[in-house]
Each structure stands twice: as C-alpha cells, then as structure tokens.
Design a protein. Sequence first.
Length: 152
Amino acid sequence: MGSLPDSGSSLSFVFRRMMSDYKVEMINDGMQEFYVQFHGPNDSPYHGGVWKVRVELPDAYPYKSPSIGFINKIYHPNVDEMSGSVCLDVINQTWSPMFDLVNVFEVFLPQLLLYPNPSDPLNGEAAALMMRDRPSYEQRVKGIDLFCFLIF
C-alpha cells in the first residue's frame, strides 16, 4: 500500500469498520480493489435501491482519494451511464488524509444521491430530464433502482 508508515494496520482497521456496516467483497488478495454493497439514502428517489460499488485505492492513499464506480446501473446526472464512473469532484477537491473509506459511503455517496448536480453532468440525458421534469426523472430513477435491486 505504498510507503505510508503504518498504513496497513490503519487500513485494516478501516476495513473492519467497513465490514461491520457494509457487505465488502475483495477483488484480489490485496486491499486496493474491492466491491461494497451500497443502499440508496432515505428521503431520496434512490431509497430502496442497492448498488455494487467498485472502489480502487491509489498507491498514494490516503493522501489521494479513491476511485469510485457503480457496477450495476444507476440513473444519475453525475454518474456515467455506461461505465458507472462517478463525477466526484467533491471527493477529489475536498479529499483529505483525515477522511477514510467509511466517509465515502456514509457522507460522499449519500450526498451525491441526495443532491445531484445537473449543471456538471456525466449523464446529460439524466441532467436534462431532472431540470425539465423532476417527477419523470424520479420515476425513471426508481424504475432502474427496482431493476438493480432485483438483479443484485
């Protein structure tokens, strides 16, 4: 995990915390790539949805933010519909080594789903629909969420 002093034990602690609250599935033997099962936040059109989120930790973690991507489909202005890549400028711009992976799933991703930013879209269609017809946007979100929940 790079040359961070004591990074292995602190990362192990974070993983133990993550595994107590989330379903975590390691991709390889290392701790740099893994999947996390993430539930949509209450009070959002994503409530009731369940997503598999891929997390990749850079060698410079925790000094550099993790890469995040949705594996199953999500309809959101700030998520690329084809790749699942997340436009998380907030994470990249505000990331600090004081944050950890738990912050990503308890703060950053819920905020992204609660407060989409249609003025900086990765999915232009979702952004346009959200600005033009919010009820139709929310109905589309819920339809995809139900589909994702059923195939997860």
